[in-house]
Design a protein around this ligand. Sequence first.
Ligand code: UD1
Length: 369
Amino acid sequence: MNAVLILGTRPQIIKSAPFISLASKNKHVNLTVIHTGQHYDYEMTKLFFEELQLPDPKTNLNVGSGTHAKQTAEIMIRLEEILKKRKPDLAVVPGDTNSTLAGALTAAKMNIPVAHIEAGARSYDVSMPEEVNRRLTDHCSSVLLTATENCADNLQKEGIAKDKIWQTGDTMYDVLMQQLPKADKTAIMEKLSIEPKNYVLLTLHRPENVDNGQILENVVRALVRLKPLTIVFPVHPRTKKQLRKANLYGKIRRQRHIKLIEPIGYHEMIKLMKNAKLVLTDSGGMQKESFWLKTPCITLRENTEWIETVQLGANYLIGTATQRIVDTTKTILENEREIAKKMRTMPNPFGNGKASEEILRVIKAYLNA
Ligand code: UD1
């Protein structure tokens, strides 16, 4: 079996890691990883290859930043040349980024079957670039690999044939289970001088939040009002740029209760999530990771593709209004013990930590390899 896996961003490296490791140990599989170059800073990409002990990608398309059309189109143009030469039997695309869509479209147009990891996730908000990417990718894929029952249902509601859908579980849960011992050993808590269960962790990077000056200001106001609660905030490059543009970066930096830090690695992030009192985020992945680590999560968005975590009562979907952020944070912290108790017994709709094995099995069967 001769397959390519196309990735380009931080979350795609993380969610592909267990599948890449597994495939590279299998003698029937020849998997080539192609990096689009969508993320290019060391701490957004190379760091994760090192931490997760993945071989460097054979090819990097070096597309870098750009508008959506430019980024997607550049990936397609450069990828087509590579696929022409390699003639893979299958293209695997994880997640919902511009790299995912560009990879899927290019392959599908060359009649190369596409396997989509994390198929069927839906926020039903087409103003999010990721929602457009997910939907289009699913509808040109031949093998749809879903993280939950709900994702599989979403696909069927859109008319996708049942025999194209495989409910494999979530590879992000696999990687978390595999890497947790290493995460526990990192010294990030000491480095930041913080104690377990004595701080909240914040991340923010979705364009619908950070590209909107008013929303950024709402969130920053809430952070200021949460004083003296310690807030650890690793800042995504997009967010830093936008905070500066909105004249809010200096304001946050002056707050002594807010620890503004550079983006951190996977292991450090997992340790911070596990030991936080609470996670505040607009990330898709962190809603699930905090659920698995039994830390309550506030999602600073109007909708989520991981509705299971909300339905179970671990994730509070509240939007970005200042008062709501402050009130919900306080309520959760006042009921910390009860919530922790409830979270300990919640079922896990995301599989058993063996999704990558299942994905490899499905793909091999599909190609009769
Ligand atoms: C992308 C994905 C999103 C994913 C996120 C994780 C799309 C549409 N979005 O969003 O689904 O959750 O990655 O991080 O594909 N930048 C740097 N250095 C980098 C990468 C980006 O400085 O290494 C800056 C650039 O100025 C760029 C901006 O961040 O313009 C946004 O990068 P981009 O790749 O467009 O999207 P993300 O916001 O990272």
